[in-house]
Design a protein around this ligand. Structure first.
Ligand code: NAI
Length: 350
Protein backbone atom coordinates (compact mmCIF):
# COMPACT_ATOMS: atom_id res chain seq x y z
CA UNK A 1 0.00 0.00 0.00
CA UNK A 2 1.27 3.49 -0.79
CA UNK A 3 1.19 6.16 1.90
CA UNK A 4 2.03 9.84 1.79
CA UNK A 5 4.96 11.02 3.90
CA UNK A 6 2.62 12.67 6.39
CA UNK A 7 0.42 9.55 6.71
CA UNK A 8 3.31 7.19 7.32
CA UNK A 9 5.06 9.52 9.74
CA UNK A 10 1.96 10.27 11.80
CA UNK A 11 0.94 6.59 11.99
CA UNK A 12 4.39 5.69 13.32
CA UNK A 13 4.48 8.64 15.68
CA UNK A 14 1.07 7.84 17.14
CA UNK A 15 2.01 4.21 17.74
CA UNK A 16 5.21 5.24 19.54
CA UNK A 17 3.24 7.67 21.69
CA UNK A 18 0.68 4.94 22.45
CA UNK A 19 3.57 2.71 23.55
CA UNK A 20 4.72 5.39 26.01
CA UNK A 21 7.18 7.66 24.21
CA UNK A 22 6.76 11.37 24.80
CA UNK A 23 5.57 13.50 21.91
CA UNK A 24 8.87 15.15 21.00
CA UNK A 25 10.79 11.87 21.11
CA UNK A 26 8.13 10.13 19.00
CA UNK A 27 8.28 13.02 16.51
CA UNK A 28 12.06 12.70 16.03
CA UNK A 29 11.94 8.90 15.84
CA UNK A 30 9.10 8.90 13.31
CA UNK A 31 10.88 11.53 11.20
CA UNK A 32 14.09 9.47 10.97
CA UNK A 33 12.20 6.21 10.31
CA UNK A 34 10.38 8.01 7.48
CA UNK A 35 13.69 9.38 6.17
CA UNK A 36 15.00 5.81 5.90
CA UNK A 37 11.83 4.23 4.54
CA UNK A 38 11.31 6.81 1.79
CA UNK A 39 14.92 6.31 0.65
CA UNK A 40 14.28 2.62 0.13
CA UNK A 41 15.76 1.43 3.43
CA UNK A 42 12.51 -0.34 4.35
CA UNK A 43 14.53 -2.50 6.76
CA UNK A 44 15.07 0.66 8.84
CA UNK A 45 11.60 2.11 8.46
CA UNK A 46 8.07 1.16 9.51
CA UNK A 47 9.00 -2.48 10.10
CA UNK A 48 10.89 -1.44 13.25
CA UNK A 49 7.98 0.27 15.00
CA UNK A 50 6.46 -2.80 16.64
CA UNK A 51 9.82 -3.82 18.08
CA UNK A 52 10.35 -0.35 19.54
CA UNK A 53 6.77 -0.30 20.86
CA UNK A 54 7.39 -3.60 22.66
CA UNK A 55 10.69 -2.39 24.12
CA UNK A 56 9.20 0.94 25.22
CA UNK A 57 6.21 -0.84 26.82
CA UNK A 58 8.49 -3.22 28.70
CA UNK A 59 10.77 -0.48 30.03
CA UNK A 60 13.85 -1.19 27.89
CA UNK A 61 13.78 2.35 26.46
CA UNK A 62 13.73 5.14 29.04
CA UNK A 63 10.78 7.38 28.25
CA UNK A 64 11.85 10.24 30.57
CA UNK A 65 15.63 10.01 30.14
CA UNK A 66 18.01 12.18 32.07
CA UNK A 67 20.36 13.25 29.26
CA UNK A 68 23.73 14.57 30.32
CA UNK A 69 26.32 16.37 28.20
CA UNK A 70 29.87 16.71 29.35
CA UNK A 71 32.44 18.67 27.39
CA UNK A 72 35.73 16.92 27.95
CA UNK A 73 37.76 19.47 25.99
CA UNK A 74 37.28 22.19 23.35
CA UNK A 75 36.63 19.58 20.66
CA UNK A 76 35.27 16.58 22.55
CA UNK A 77 32.35 15.56 24.67
CA UNK A 78 30.20 12.70 25.87
CA UNK A 79 26.43 12.68 25.59
CA UNK A 80 24.89 10.13 27.96
CA UNK A 81 21.50 9.01 26.69
CA UNK A 82 20.28 7.22 29.85
CA UNK A 83 19.04 4.48 27.50
CA UNK A 84 16.53 6.84 25.95
CA UNK A 85 15.34 6.28 22.41
CA UNK A 86 18.44 6.09 20.20
CA UNK A 87 17.16 8.35 17.44
CA UNK A 88 16.87 11.30 19.83
CA UNK A 89 20.22 10.62 21.50
CA UNK A 90 22.03 10.40 18.14
CA UNK A 91 20.35 13.56 16.88
CA UNK A 92 21.10 15.50 20.07
CA UNK A 93 24.70 14.27 19.91
CA UNK A 94 24.99 15.54 16.34
CA UNK A 95 23.55 18.92 17.32
CA UNK A 96 26.29 19.21 19.96
CA UNK A 97 28.86 18.13 17.36
CA UNK A 98 27.70 20.76 14.86
CA UNK A 99 27.82 23.50 17.48
CA UNK A 100 31.27 22.47 18.68
CA UNK A 101 32.73 22.07 15.17
CA UNK A 102 31.47 25.52 14.19
CA UNK A 103 33.16 27.00 17.24
CA UNK A 104 36.40 25.03 17.35
CA UNK A 105 36.77 23.47 13.89
CA UNK A 106 36.30 19.84 14.82
CA UNK A 107 34.13 17.89 17.22
CA UNK A 108 34.37 14.34 18.46
CA UNK A 109 31.15 13.45 20.25
CA UNK A 110 30.63 10.09 21.91
CA UNK A 111 27.12 8.95 22.76
CA UNK A 112 26.89 6.38 25.51
CA UNK A 113 23.95 4.38 26.83
CA UNK A 114 21.50 4.66 24.01
CA UNK A 115 19.21 2.32 22.15
CA UNK A 116 19.10 1.53 18.42
CA UNK A 117 19.33 4.64 16.25
CA UNK A 118 18.35 3.20 12.86
CA UNK A 119 19.75 4.42 9.58
CA UNK A 120 22.83 6.37 10.63
CA UNK A 121 23.29 8.29 7.38
CA UNK A 122 20.60 10.61 8.71
CA UNK A 123 22.91 11.99 11.42
CA UNK A 124 25.90 12.60 9.14
CA UNK A 125 23.59 14.24 6.62
CA UNK A 126 22.44 16.68 9.34
CA UNK A 127 26.02 18.00 9.55
CA UNK A 128 26.42 18.16 5.77
CA UNK A 129 23.23 20.23 5.54
CA UNK A 130 25.06 22.69 7.82
CA UNK A 131 28.07 22.83 5.45
CA UNK A 132 30.17 20.51 7.63
CA UNK A 133 31.65 17.06 7.01
CA UNK A 134 30.79 14.18 9.31
CA UNK A 135 31.53 10.56 10.09
CA UNK A 136 29.35 8.41 12.32
CA UNK A 137 30.25 5.03 13.81
CA UNK A 138 27.65 2.87 15.52
CA UNK A 139 27.66 -0.34 17.53
CA UNK A 140 25.10 -3.04 16.92
CA UNK A 141 24.39 -6.44 18.43
CA UNK A 142 26.85 -9.28 17.77
CA UNK A 143 25.95 -11.35 14.73
CA UNK A 144 29.09 -11.38 12.58
CA UNK A 145 32.18 -13.58 12.81
CA UNK A 146 35.60 -11.95 12.87
CA UNK A 147 37.60 -12.95 9.76
CA UNK A 148 38.48 -16.62 10.14
CA UNK A 149 36.41 -17.06 13.31
CA UNK A 150 33.57 -19.37 14.28
CA UNK A 151 31.54 -17.29 16.73
CA UNK A 152 29.63 -14.03 16.33
CA UNK A 153 31.65 -11.28 17.99
CA UNK A 154 30.80 -7.98 16.25
CA UNK A 155 27.59 -6.38 15.09
CA UNK A 156 26.80 -5.21 11.59
CA UNK A 157 28.53 -2.03 12.92
CA UNK A 158 27.62 0.62 10.35
CA UNK A 159 29.66 3.65 9.28
CA UNK A 160 28.35 6.73 7.55
CA UNK A 161 30.10 9.74 6.03
CA UNK A 162 28.53 12.87 4.60
CA UNK A 163 29.79 15.96 2.79
CA UNK A 164 28.06 19.01 1.29
CA UNK A 165 28.33 20.37 -2.24
CA UNK A 166 27.70 23.79 -3.78
CA UNK A 167 24.30 22.62 -5.04
CA UNK A 168 21.43 20.58 -3.61
CA UNK A 169 23.31 17.28 -3.78
CA UNK A 170 24.72 15.80 -0.56
CA UNK A 171 27.10 12.85 -0.48
CA UNK A 172 25.84 10.37 2.11
CA UNK A 173 27.82 7.15 2.25
CA UNK A 174 26.13 4.86 4.75
CA UNK A 175 26.79 1.15 5.08
CA UNK A 176 26.79 -1.85 7.35
CA UNK A 177 30.16 -3.61 7.61
CA UNK A 178 28.60 -7.02 6.94
CA UNK A 179 27.95 -8.34 3.43
CA UNK A 180 24.25 -8.63 4.12
CA UNK A 181 21.78 -7.70 6.80
CA UNK A 182 20.05 -10.51 8.70
CA UNK A 183 16.78 -9.43 7.09
CA UNK A 184 18.08 -10.63 3.72
CA UNK A 185 18.66 -14.13 5.13
CA UNK A 186 15.10 -14.18 6.52
CA UNK A 187 13.86 -13.11 3.14
CA UNK A 188 15.56 -16.07 1.44
CA UNK A 189 14.21 -18.44 4.08
CA UNK A 190 10.69 -17.26 3.40
CA UNK A 191 11.22 -17.72 -0.35
CA UNK A 192 12.68 -21.22 0.20
CA UNK A 193 15.82 -20.41 -1.81
CA UNK A 194 19.51 -20.69 -1.04
CA UNK A 195 21.88 -17.83 -0.30
CA UNK A 196 25.21 -17.07 -2.02
CA UNK A 197 28.11 -18.67 -0.12
CA UNK A 198 29.62 -15.22 0.48
CA UNK A 199 26.96 -14.00 2.92
CA UNK A 200 27.21 -16.11 6.07
CA UNK A 201 28.82 -19.04 7.87
CA UNK A 202 27.70 -22.08 9.88
CA UNK A 203 28.74 -23.08 13.40
CA UNK A 204 32.17 -24.17 12.18
CA UNK A 205 32.77 -20.84 10.45
CA UNK A 206 32.34 -22.41 7.01
CA UNK A 207 30.39 -20.71 4.20
CA UNK A 208 26.73 -21.81 3.95
CA UNK A 209 24.16 -21.65 1.20
CA UNK A 210 21.26 -23.08 3.25
CA UNK A 211 19.72 -20.03 4.97
CA UNK A 212 18.59 -22.24 7.88
CA UNK A 213 22.21 -23.18 8.72
CA UNK A 214 23.38 -19.61 9.20
CA UNK A 215 25.15 -19.09 12.52
CA UNK A 216 26.69 -15.70 11.77
CA UNK A 217 27.04 -13.07 9.07
CA UNK A 218 30.43 -12.28 7.53
CA UNK A 219 32.27 -8.94 7.24
CA UNK A 220 32.47 -7.19 3.85
CA UNK A 221 35.72 -7.75 1.92
CA UNK A 222 37.15 -10.41 4.25
CA UNK A 223 39.86 -9.23 6.63
CA UNK A 224 39.41 -5.59 5.53
CA UNK A 225 35.74 -5.49 6.53
CA UNK A 226 36.59 -7.28 9.76
CA UNK A 227 39.12 -4.53 10.49
CA UNK A 228 36.50 -1.86 9.77
CA UNK A 229 33.83 -3.42 12.02
CA UNK A 230 36.42 -3.77 14.75
CA UNK A 231 37.43 -0.10 14.48
CA UNK A 232 33.77 0.94 14.65
CA UNK A 233 33.49 -0.95 17.92
CA UNK A 234 36.71 0.63 19.22
CA UNK A 235 35.58 4.20 18.44
CA UNK A 236 31.91 3.75 19.42
CA UNK A 237 32.35 1.19 22.19
CA UNK A 238 35.72 0.59 23.87
CA UNK A 239 36.58 4.32 23.86
CA UNK A 240 33.27 5.32 25.43
CA UNK A 241 33.20 2.85 28.29
CA UNK A 242 30.10 0.98 27.11
CA UNK A 243 29.95 -2.80 26.51
CA UNK A 244 32.04 -3.82 23.48
CA UNK A 245 32.37 -6.74 21.05
CA UNK A 246 30.41 -9.81 22.09
CA UNK A 247 29.34 -8.04 25.30
CA UNK A 248 27.11 -5.62 23.37
CA UNK A 249 23.51 -6.36 24.31
CA UNK A 250 21.33 -8.29 21.92
CA UNK A 251 18.42 -6.49 20.33
CA UNK A 252 16.03 -9.29 21.26
CA UNK A 253 17.39 -10.70 24.50
CA UNK A 254 15.62 -8.82 27.29
CA UNK A 255 13.34 -6.00 26.26
CA UNK A 256 12.96 -4.71 29.82
CA UNK A 257 16.63 -3.62 29.96
CA UNK A 258 18.39 -0.64 28.38
CA UNK A 259 20.73 -1.52 25.50
CA UNK A 260 23.71 0.59 26.65
CA UNK A 261 24.91 1.07 23.07
CA UNK A 262 27.58 3.50 21.92
CA UNK A 263 27.87 5.73 18.87
CA UNK A 264 30.35 8.39 17.75
CA UNK A 265 30.07 11.46 15.54
CA UNK A 266 33.13 13.25 14.20
CA UNK A 267 32.31 16.63 12.65
CA UNK A 268 34.76 18.79 10.68
CA UNK A 269 34.37 22.39 9.52
CA UNK A 270 35.86 22.80 6.02
CA UNK A 271 36.40 26.49 6.85
CA UNK A 272 39.44 25.29 8.84
CA UNK A 273 40.93 23.67 5.77
CA UNK A 274 40.30 24.70 2.18
CA UNK A 275 37.43 27.06 3.06
CA UNK A 276 33.72 26.27 2.98
CA UNK A 277 32.80 27.71 -0.41
CA UNK A 278 35.85 26.31 -2.17
CA UNK A 279 35.26 22.91 -0.62
CA UNK A 280 31.64 22.82 -1.73
CA UNK A 281 32.59 24.02 -5.24
CA UNK A 282 35.14 21.23 -5.57
CA UNK A 283 32.66 18.68 -4.24
CA UNK A 284 30.18 19.65 -6.95
CA UNK A 285 33.00 19.24 -9.51
CA UNK A 286 33.76 15.77 -8.15
CA UNK A 287 30.14 14.68 -8.49
CA UNK A 288 29.84 16.23 -11.97
CA UNK A 289 32.97 14.46 -13.16
CA UNK A 290 31.84 11.12 -11.76
CA UNK A 291 28.33 11.52 -13.17
CA UNK A 292 29.67 12.41 -16.63
CA UNK A 293 31.99 9.40 -16.81
CA UNK A 294 30.86 6.79 -19.37
CA UNK A 295 29.41 3.85 -17.50
CA UNK A 296 30.74 0.34 -17.94
CA UNK A 297 28.56 -2.19 -19.74
CA UNK A 298 25.61 -3.17 -17.57
CA UNK A 299 25.77 -0.03 -15.41
CA UNK A 300 23.48 2.82 -16.33
CA UNK A 301 25.58 5.53 -14.73
CA UNK A 302 28.27 6.20 -12.14
CA UNK A 303 26.32 7.29 -9.06
CA UNK A 304 27.65 9.12 -6.05
CA UNK A 305 26.89 7.57 -2.63
CA UNK A 306 23.39 8.52 -1.57
CA UNK A 307 22.22 9.41 -5.09
CA UNK A 308 20.19 6.27 -5.61
CA UNK A 309 18.47 6.72 -2.24
CA UNK A 310 17.27 10.16 -3.36
CA UNK A 311 16.15 8.67 -6.69
CA UNK A 312 14.16 5.99 -4.85
CA UNK A 313 12.55 8.64 -2.66
CA UNK A 314 11.59 10.86 -5.60
CA UNK A 315 10.27 7.89 -7.59
CA UNK A 316 8.11 6.74 -4.68
CA UNK A 317 6.44 10.14 -4.36
CA UNK A 318 6.05 10.47 -8.13
CA UNK A 319 4.27 7.10 -8.11
CA UNK A 320 1.84 8.02 -5.33
CA UNK A 321 3.68 7.53 -2.06
CA UNK A 322 5.94 5.33 0.00
CA UNK A 323 5.32 1.60 -0.38
CA UNK A 324 4.57 -0.06 2.99
CA UNK A 325 3.45 -3.68 3.25
CA UNK A 326 -0.27 -4.03 4.04
CA UNK A 327 0.19 -5.94 7.32
CA UNK A 328 2.40 -3.15 8.64
CA UNK A 329 -0.15 -0.51 7.76
CA UNK A 330 -2.87 -2.64 9.44
CA UNK A 331 -0.75 -2.84 12.58
CA UNK A 332 0.04 0.88 12.57
CA UNK A 333 -3.66 1.69 12.20
CA UNK A 334 -4.79 -0.82 14.84
CA UNK A 335 -5.19 -0.28 18.58
CA UNK A 336 -2.58 -2.97 19.32
CA UNK A 337 0.67 -1.73 20.86
CA UNK A 338 2.63 -4.91 20.11
CA UNK A 339 2.16 -8.67 19.85
CA UNK A 340 4.88 -9.79 22.25
CA UNK A 341 6.97 -11.12 19.38
CA UNK A 342 10.48 -9.92 20.06
CA UNK A 343 11.37 -10.62 23.67
CA UNK A 344 13.77 -13.41 24.68
CA UNK A 345 14.56 -14.42 21.14
CA UNK A 346 17.95 -15.42 19.78
CA UNK A 347 20.15 -12.81 18.15
CA UNK A 348 18.27 -13.21 14.87
CA UNK A 349 14.80 -12.80 16.49
CA UNK A 350 14.00 -16.44 15.58
P1 NAI B 1 23.57 -0.34 1.07
O1 NAI B 1 24.38 -1.55 0.75
O2 NAI B 1 22.22 -0.23 0.45
O3 NAI B 1 24.39 0.96 0.63
C1 NAI B 1 25.68 1.20 1.13
C2 NAI B 1 26.23 2.48 0.51
O4 NAI B 1 26.60 2.23 -0.84
C3 NAI B 1 25.26 3.64 0.49
O5 NAI B 1 25.90 4.81 0.87
C4 NAI B 1 24.82 3.74 -0.97
O6 NAI B 1 24.53 5.07 -1.35
C5 NAI B 1 26.05 3.24 -1.67
N1 NAI B 1 25.71 2.64 -2.96
C6 NAI B 1 24.94 1.54 -3.17
N2 NAI B 1 24.85 1.28 -4.48
C7 NAI B 1 25.59 2.23 -5.11
C8 NAI B 1 25.93 2.50 -6.49
N3 NAI B 1 25.46 1.75 -7.48
N4 NAI B 1 26.72 3.53 -6.74
C9 NAI B 1 27.19 4.32 -5.74
N5 NAI B 1 26.93 4.13 -4.45
C10 NAI B 1 26.14 3.09 -4.14
O7 NAI B 1 23.44 -0.13 2.63
P2 NAI B 1 23.49 -1.24 3.81
O8 NAI B 1 24.88 -1.57 4.13
O9 NAI B 1 22.56 -2.35 3.45
O10 NAI B 1 22.84 -0.41 5.03
C11 NAI B 1 21.45 -0.07 5.01
C12 NAI B 1 21.10 0.83 6.17
O11 NAI B 1 21.13 0.08 7.38
C13 NAI B 1 22.02 2.02 6.41
O12 NAI B 1 21.22 3.18 6.54
C14 NAI B 1 22.70 1.72 7.75
O13 NAI B 1 22.99 2.88 8.53
C15 NAI B 1 21.65 0.89 8.41
N6 NAI B 1 22.20 0.03 9.48
C16 NAI B 1 21.98 0.39 10.77
C17 NAI B 1 22.44 -0.41 11.80
C18 NAI B 1 22.22 -0.01 13.24
O14 NAI B 1 22.46 -0.81 14.12
N7 NAI B 1 21.79 1.19 13.54
C19 NAI B 1 23.17 -1.65 11.55
C20 NAI B 1 23.39 -1.90 10.15
C21 NAI B 1 22.90 -1.10 9.15
Amino acid sequence: MRLSREELKSLMKNKLIAAGLKEEHAETTAEILTWAHERGYASHGAVRVEYYAERISKGGITTEPNFTWKETGPCSGIFDGDNGVGYVVAEEGMKKGIEMARKNGIAVVGMANMSHSGSIGYYSELAAKEDLLAVTFCQSDPMAVPYGGTEPYYGTNPISFAAPTADDRTVVFDMATTVQAWGKILDKRSQGVSIPDTWAVDEKGMPVTDPYLVNALVPIAGAKGYGLMMMVDIFAGVLLGVPFGKHVSSMYHDLSKGRELGQMHIVIDPARFIGTEEFKKRMSMVLDELGEMPAAKGYGKVYYPGERAIMRRDKAYAEGGIEVVDELVDYLKSDAIHFNRYDHKNRFAD
